[in-house]
Write a protein that binds this ligand. Sequence first.
Ligand code: NAG
Ligand code: NAG
Ligand code: NAG
Length: 403
Amino acid sequence: MPGALSTILVLLLAVAVGLYQFYLSPLLVTNGFWRDIEPVGNTDCSSVPELKACEKLVLHQATGVVYLACSTPEARPKWIPGIGAFEENAHNDYVATYDPSTGKVTRLNFENFDSERGFASHGMDVVPSATNSDEIFVYLVNHRSPLDGKDPRIVGADSVIEIFKTKVGSSSLAHVTTVEDPVISTPNDLIGYPDGKSFYFTNDHGSFKTGALRTLRNYFTSIGSVGYCHVEHGCSLVVPKIHAANGIAKAQNNTIYVAATAGAAVSVFERQEDNSLVLTDVIPAEVPLDNLSVDANGALWVAGFPKLSAMFELMKNITIPSPTRAVKITVNTGPGAFYGEKYKVEKAFEDDGTIASGSTTVAYDAMRNRLFIHGLAAPALVHLCDQGYDNGRNHFQPLTYSH
Ligand SMILES: *[C@@H]1O[C@H](CO)[C@@H](O)[C@H](O)[C@H]1NC(C)=O
Ligand SMILES: *[C@@H]1O[C@H](CO)[C@@H](O)[C@H](O)[C@H]1NC(C)=O
Ligand SMILES: CC(=O)N[C@H]1CO[C@H](CO)[C@@H](O)[C@@H]1O
């Protein structure tokens, strides 16, 4: 029998080594256990501490004004359905605008919005109306508390998508409609269309609203999803299984990008006539990725977490710095393009967390050379940085991998 036992032990060891090599080791590398932080483009930044804990920011290209979906450092850690924090039932999050040319912060008032169940911010999109360029649609994820005093730790958040309307320069947001659907289960981010009626969104944990196991599942299996809704025609899942779906963004054409946190990659989809999405590419990006945006030149900007563990610390205590990276992805037009390097992936910004901490969202104003960085538990909006962006000096540091 000792022979059989040692054979079993050897087999178990082999399985453990295999698991480590194939799963755990790449996971630890991706999540930054051994990563050194190398500052890039992080000098001379301006910060706006009045705006805290803003999960998502969206640039209004025509005016250069930035819209932010924010919370407070006190409230945020108590209610983050995406990581299973369900402590607080009253939500008082808000949307603000920041005008970098005047430095003015405006907190927008909700109008015609039954906010009895509150507003708990997460993903957002801001889209000029197709029919009136003065009018702007604001699409927001709202992680409401469950009805009838049900325990959110058991049933999860009652998440919906809210559509609001505003005008350029206005200080109010008029509620248009609330979109509720079983398909909108764990919404994270969304892209809205200029009709004010349709959007794509990611579910970061698919239909798993609660439970510790879902986090583990999300690392190894594809439980995330992408859905599409039209207020008149309802909602459906268009990508039923995708690995750790997080931020979503669209280009001027029908290309749609979805970022994966755990997979550290961006999936590229083409929107079809019937609103389905066809996967055309996957761009690896080395670090866990978060929210995405596309600038006016078609470059894709992504917030990354060079140290994922620090991010979890920050969510508990806003004073703990969490390193930040902004990645810029463009179509490679250089010589590498001939050798199958279709995309150029560059590090545009990296900081150890002292200047920009825990960033979950970046946007670049390509017309005015302005970079904006914020995060769900970050202490301030950080922008501009390195006059370089203004002078067109190139700080970008190419990353060593390509695709
Ligand atoms: C759509 O636009 C993006 C960004 O400008 C570009 O990279 C992509 O190649 C375009 N896709 C098609 C199918 O033209
Ligand atoms: C947050 O961390 C700081 C140190 O970075 C510590 O002084 C403070 O007590 C912590 N706050 C809480 C609420 O744990
Ligand atoms: C829209 C949005 O903000 N999405 C993600 C941004 O980053 C945080 C931090 O990981 C995610 O939890 C959000 O889901």
